[in-house]
Design a protein around this ligand. Structure first.
Ligand SMILES: [Fe+2]
Length: 271
């Protein structure tokens, strides 16, 4: 993977880096298409954790895109395919310096499947320090939202601006702060401290009944899945997928690279 593929043509309207934020509405991918940039293939798979659009027979990117652990010359790119049928899926990825993905600087193909919960994780290397990049994923029929990321600077920078977030509990509130941070165009990265997800039961235990529990979503209707304390890898994957359906969390990841301080238990969870 990762061989540069330059001089691709695109049918996309030109976008500036500044307009990337304003056009958050294309997160669903409706306004863009990379079809024609490179060939993709798609087979499908099982273990669907979030329902697809009614009538859809294609694998979909319903958990958004993310980037993280940036270094001066590389950054991790992530997404997850929600498959239509069981089987491995071939996913192409693209990285560009422009949000319209007009000039693809890096690209590759990865195979994902049930063994890794249909996640896609790419270490995009050979990048320039302190530089903004854009990326997306594509199967034969679906394209992910276009994400933005940035490499770390080496030295001599006048400013490094970091948003710090901490302890994010899906059933205890909406992620409005994530949405506001996503709107900031002047950030270099997001540092998430503490709990990125919580393992507590999702239903049947109220705060009044047991103040040590933090999983009751009844006041807000945001009961997490699965509705019990997560202990297994499959539990963690399901809980993580539940959080990743939040639109503000998806937009936060789409706009900024993230670094965690917390040793999250499941390898499927980390970007
Ligand atoms: Fe915490």
């Amino acid at each position: 993977m990762g061989q540069p593929t330059r001089h691709h043509r695109s049918v996309l309207a030109p976008q500036t880096r500044r307009s990337f934020l304003r056009r958050a509405g294309f997160a669903g991918g409706a306004a863009l298409s990379l079809v024609g940039l490179a060939g993709c293939s798609d087979d499908g798979g099982s273990s669907v954790r979030v329902s697809r659009a009614p009538g859809s027979s294609a694998a979909q990117f319903v958990h958004g895109v993310a980037s993280g652990d940036p270094l001066t010359d590389r950054v991790m790119l992530w997404s997850r395919v929600t498959p239509a049928i069981e089987g491995d899926i071939s996913v192409n990825w693209f990285l560009s310096e422009s949000p319209d993905m007009r000039n693809v600087l890096r690209s590759g193909t990865v195979i994902t499947g049930a063994s890794r919960d249909y996640t896609v994780k790419v270490d995009a290397t050979g990048l320039v320090a302190n530089t903004t990049y854009y990326y997306c994923f594509e199967t034969a029929t679906e394209r992910s939202p276009v994400g933005r990321t940035k490499t770390l600077p080496t030295s001599g920078v006048e400013r490094l601006r970091i948003a710090v977030l901490s302890c994010s509990n899906y059933p205890f509130g909406f992620f409005n702060v994530y949405g506001r941070v996503a709107e900031r165009a002047d950030l270099d990265l997001v540092l998430h401290l503490g709990d990125y997800i919580y393992e507590y039961p999702g239903r049947g235990v109220s705060e009044a009944e047991n103040p040590d529990e933090y999983g009751d979503g009844r006041p807000l209707g945001r009961a997490p899945e699965p509705p019990y304390e997560i202990v297994s890898l499959d539990d963690y994957r399901t809980r993580h997928a539940c959080y990743k359906t939040d639109v503000d969390l998806q937009e936060l990841h789409r706009q900024h690279p993230m670094i965690w301080d917390h040793p999250i238990s499941s390898p499927a969870i980390r970007v």
